[in-house]
Design a protein around this ligand. Structure first.
Ligand SMILES: *[C@@H]1O[C@H](CO)[C@@H](O)[C@H](O)[C@H]1NC(C)=O
Ligand SMILES: *[C@@H]1O[C@H](CO)[C@@H](O)[C@H](O)[C@H]1NC(C)=O
Ligand SMILES: *[C@@H]1O[C@H](CO)[C@@H](O)[C@H](O)[C@H]1NC(C)=O
Ligand SMILES: *[C@@H]1O[C@H](CO)[C@@H](O)[C@H](O)[C@H]1NC(C)=O
Length: 968
């Protein structure tokens, strides 16, 4: 790579361009000064002057004792934080209007107040300067300064400047020779007590109406005088500024300054200011582009001998007639320029002021200040003054409420940008780093921010730096900070910020460092009898892998009782586990691991060490056996492990994942008998030797399945009404039995029966009759059986139950007949129909029938027996699975005999009505009967009318007898 500039030149250029930092970051309005006794037409702020902690504001038209335009001045003092009103001053023994305070100046010892229209020795408007002396707490008038050669209308005191023991006073309307209003400047010198006129300055090339002395400024041995009405060549009122230099005693004109781009009516020199080797000169009538009287200001720089125009300052938002440059002041790299006629928004002539700041080469507009009042014509910027970090701006035409033109003055405070921080040192820790830097200023006003990044940038407050001249700050991983990751190159910058304004200074030059690699994560040690398994996961490495350096890991370990290193082992960077072999059993080891960024791995390349201690453990027990004597008894025994020491105790567990069962025993003996097992279950039984120092050792495991209970047999079974009864054989060790029915394809755990001696009886109740079931029985090792715990299945037998009773069978007698209702048979999936018998008849009814009626066929007024039975066959011939018979009695009604001859000769109307009623009744009954007619399935009518009992089937009778009998 070719470097064009040598490094030293680059550094020089860097210093040249960036070391001369702007002085202030922002100016903020601190206070508005208002005259305590202000009244209309005071024009407070027409003149103003700031010097260190004193500020003087003139109100040149203040009325005193009914004398208008006499004028007053007000002195304010800054006590460090506030500007407090101190006193007002006015001329003693004056009872005429004299425009006292049309110009003001102050320093620590004296206040100077120009009264430019004061009458002197009957010379009206000759002007005076009043001198007030500070006695420490009060300012007293000490002297009146009058021009030695003063005349009427001189306006002596219209401009004033002071520097140490030299005071200069402009008298711009003075006549020089025959040149009226050419202007003069008077130099006064203080002899310790009094100010004495030293010299009268006159322009070398003065002309009438030049107004030489309209503005004056002084710094050290240079004073400048504005002559704004002076013509330059053919340009009338272009303006000139005269530079005078002191030769030890006197001041001699050294140079005449004119603007490089001057034009007619510029009035260059309207205002002037000087400090060190810079001078500011306002030209408030200057046209900028097309904007007439927008105004300009000029910076002149002294090169050691002469003053040269350096830069033209123009308001960024200037408009016609703003009169930028009507006032100006300079201090310490900052200039302030008034533009008193500028509009602020819609408020015409409210006025603005512009702050420019030097970056060492150029003067840049930093800020525009203006009142935030809603007033027209305030003329903010009529006067300006600056001293250190305060600016005062007068707005003499500001009204207070309805009181017109009282005037205001605004004080603005400049907030400097904190200096650039210099980082002394930053050092890498693992997942953190620490930095030292030079403290900037007072921590009560300054805070710090840090920015560290490798791919993201943001500034973070440093909340609690310690205070020791230099500051240590360590950033740890925490919720509030982005994680610092090991093994990453960070660029660190620190800056100081002003706590009250939040203005931050320039960032320090970046300090680059690579953090050391983090510790491994998730370190786990799994000890065995003679070895230890180590596992871990990789340390955090950067997401954006700028310097991915994870070369290998080092595992270091030693026997703790001997405290000497056994070995350092190098492990590949892709490994995440390692086994330390050939260890002694029951011995404490300390194991450390760290990641290395390089092959040699020293110093900063060595990652953070993480260490753990563990002990090798007991070996497995020996001769471990387990057996079950019956399924409820487990016996295990073992011998101690082959270590030199015996375990203090054994940790024994029995668990079954099938039963979700876990039992743990801590025992001293080498035998364990327990009785908590179930049949047909897989158990895992473990044992390990333990002591309190090294914990438990290697596990020995036995897997064991307990015996399944033997099958129980179904010895016999009988059918019942919706019921099956079983007789089964008992099984050794069984605690319960379980019956399962296979309905379709699925075996259902239907019911459970308990043992009683060797014979076990069981019932399966509430099952559908005439349906084939496969029935199985199992013994169980618990009273509450389930399929896991049950024994082997029994023989599998197909069984059937009888159909049940016909429920809610009810018959009522009707004329020479009866009608019956019943509920459809529950669980009737094996039902084929109903057999209903009465007298000599037997009806075979379909299986969805629930109604039967016989009408007009039987003898009236006779009690009949009616029987019903659910049957399995379609021809109603009952078999062994048909239901039991239900019989009830019903009495038929007699037919009513009607003798029609008895009614002959009766009312004709009735004979007509009755037949109609009868016809309707007959139709209704027929319809009713048709609707409810039973579904007969073919039946035989025996037609034996004199027999009242129904015919019973012999087979059914015998079956009914066994209905509630227990199986034998
Ligand atoms: C400065 O003046 C203000 C207002 O008058 C007052 O509150 C403050 O205490 C003073 N500060 C000092 C340091 O005197
Ligand atoms: C000022 O004028 C008055 C009257 O014209 C005269 O009496 C007085 O002496 C004059 N004063 C001076 C100082 O000339
Ligand atoms: C200072 O000047 C005054 C008046 O001009 C004079 O009276 C005084 O003697 C002078 N003092 C010194 C120390 O020169
Ligand atoms: C200073 O200037 C004055 C007047 O301009 C002159 O008389 C005097 O000789 C000068 N002094 C020196 C030391 O040059």
């Amino acid at each position: 790579m070719i470097s064009i500039f040598p490094k030293s030149i680059l550094i020089f250029l860097t210093l040249l361009f960036f070391s001369a930092k702007a002085t202030y970051y922002e100016w903020e309005k601190q206070v508005e000064l208002i005259p305590t006794d202000g009244n209309e037409f005071y024009y407070f702020g027409f003149s103003s002057y700031l010097a260190k902690n004193y500020c003087i504001i003139g109100a040149y038209k203040a009325t005193i004792n009914n004398i208008s335009d006499q004028g007053k001045a007000y002195i304010y003092q800054n006590n460090g934080t506030n500007w407090n009103y101190l006193q007002e001053i006015s001329p003693q023994n004056s009872n005429v209007s004299e425009f006292f305070a049309s110009c003001v100046a102050i320093n620590n010892d004296f206040a100077f107040v120009g009264a430019s229209q004061a009458t002197v020795n009957n010379n009206t408007f000759q002007g005076k300067v009043y001198v007030f002396k500070n006695n420490g707490s009060y300012w007293n008038q000490s002297q009146n300064l009058i021009a030695s050669d003063g005349k009427s209308n001189d306006n002596f005191g219209l401009s004033i400047a002071v520097y140490n023991d030299v005071l200069i006073v402009g008298s711009p309307q003075s006549t020089v020779g025959n040149n009226s209003e050419q202007g003069k400047v008077y130099v006064f010198k203080n002899n310790g007590t009094y100010w004495n006129e030293l010299q009268i300055l006159i322009a070398s090339d003065g002309n009438p109406n030049d107004n030489f002395g309209a503005s004056v400024a002084i710094y050290n041995d240079v004073l400048i005088v504005g002559s704004p009405q002076a013509a330059v060549g053919n340009n009338s009122e272009q303006g000139k500024v005269y530079v005078f230099k002191n030769n030890g005693t006197y001041w001699n004109q050294q140079q005449i300054l004119v603007s490089s781009d001057g034009q007619q009516d510029d009035t260059f020199g309207t205002s002037v200011g000087i400090e060190k080797n810079y001078s500011i000169i306002g030209a408030f009538g200057a046209t900028v582009d097309e904007n007439f009287a927008q105004g300009k200001a000029y910076i002149f720089q002294n090169n050691g001998t002469y003053w040269n125009q350096q830069q033209i300052l123009i308001a960024s938002d200037g408009e016609s007639s703003d009169n930028f440059g009507v006032s100006s002041a300079i201090s310490n790299g900052v200039v302030i320029i008034g533009a008193y006629n500028a509009a602020v928004g819609k408020y015409m002539s409210q006025g603005k002021a512009y702050i420019f700041q030097s970056d060492g080469i150029y003067w840049n507009q930093l800020q525009i200040i203006s009142p935030n009042d809603t007033l027209y014509g305030e003329l903010f910027g009529t006067s300006v003054s600056i001293s250190e970090n305060y600016i005062v701006v007068g707005a003499p035409d500001a009204s207070l409420g309805n009181t017109l033109y009282v005037g205001k003055a605004y004080i603005f405070q400049g907030f400097p940008e904190p200096n650039q921080v210099n980082i002394e040192n930053c050092t890498s820790l693992y997942s953190s780093f620490e930095c030292y830097w030079d403290q900037i200023g007072d921590l009560s006003t300054i805070s710090y921010q840090i920015n560290y990044h490798y791919y993201e940038e943001n500034w973070i407050d440093i909340n609690s730096p310690s205070l020791n001249g230099s500051i240590l700050y360590e950033i740890f991983d925490s919720l509030n900070y982005p994680n610092i990751i090991g093994n990453v190159e960070y660029s660190i910058q620190i800056r100081a910020c002003n706590i009250s304004t939040n203005f931050c200074g320039a960032a320090s030059l970046p300090w680059n460092l690579t953090t050391r690699i983090d510790s491994v994560k998730d370190l786990q040690l799994n000890p065995n009898q003679y070895y230890i398994n180590i596992s871990w996961s990789q340390p955090d490495v950067p997401v954006i892998n700028l310097i991915p350096k994870l070369d290998h890991y080092v595992i270091s370990y030693f026997n703790q009782s001997q405290t000497n290193l056994i070995n350092n082992i190098s492990v590949s960077n892709s490994s995440t586990s390692y086994q330390l072999n050939n260890l002694e059993s029951l011995t404490l080891y300390s194991i450390s691991i760290w990641a290395c960024q390089t092959e040699n791995c020293s110093g900063n390349e060595q990652g953070e060490i993480i260490s753990q201690t563990t002990s090798t453990v007991f070996g497995p027990v020996t001769n471990f056996t387990c057996s079950t004597s019956n399924i409820y008894n487990l016996s295990c025994s073992w011998k101690p492990p082959t270590n030199s020491q015996l375990p203090n105790y054994y940790n024994f567990t029995i668990q079954s994942s099938q039963l979700n069962d876990y039992q743990n025993y801590s025992i001293n003996s080498t035998i364990l008998n327990t009785t908590l097992l179930y049949s047909n279950i897989d158990y895992t039984i473990t044992i390990k030797g333990c002591n309190n120092e090294t914990g438990c050792g290697i596990i020995s495991t036995i897997e064991l399945k307990t015996t399944q209970l033997n099958a129980s047999n179904i010895n016999s079974w009988e059918t019942g009404i919706e019921q099956i009864k079983l007789n089964i054989s008992s099984v050794e060790f069984a605690k319960g039995y379980q019956i399962t029915l296979n309905e379709g394809n699925e075996w259902k755990n239907f019911s459970q029966i308990n043992s009683s001696g060797n014979n076990i009886y069981g019932e399966i109740n509430n099952i559908a009759g005439n349906i084939e079931y496969n029935v199985e029985v199992r013994a169980c090792s618990e009273t509450s059986c389930n399929s896991i715990l049950s024994g082997k299945p029994s023989n599998n037998i197909t069984m059937k139950a009888r159909l049940g009773y016909v429920e809610e069978f009810n018959c009522v007698g009707i004329i020479e007949g009866f009608e019956c209702n019943w509920n459809e048979l529950n669980l009737a999936s094996g039902l084929n129909g109903y057999s209903l018998s009465y007298y000599m008849s037997k009806e075979c009814l379909a299986n969805d029938t629930t109604y039967f009626e016989v009408d007009d066929d039987l003898e009236g007024g006779v009690e009949y027996s009616v029987s019903i039975q659910a049957v399995t066959t379609t021809d109603c011939f009952p078999d062994e699975y048909s239901g039991p018979i239900t019989t009830i009695k019903v009495t038929t009604q007699k037919k009513t005999v009607s003798n029609s001859s008895k009614n002959k000769g009766g009312i004709i109307a009735a004979s007509i009505i009755v037949p109609l009623f009868v016809i309707a009744l007959v139709i209704g009954i027929v319809f009713y009967i048709k609707k409810r007619e039973s579904k007969r399935r073919g039946y035989k009518e025996l037609n034996l009318k004199n027999v009242k009992e129904p015919i019973f089937d012999d087979f059914l009778d015998s079956n009914d007898a066994t209905e509630n009998q227990k199986l034998v």
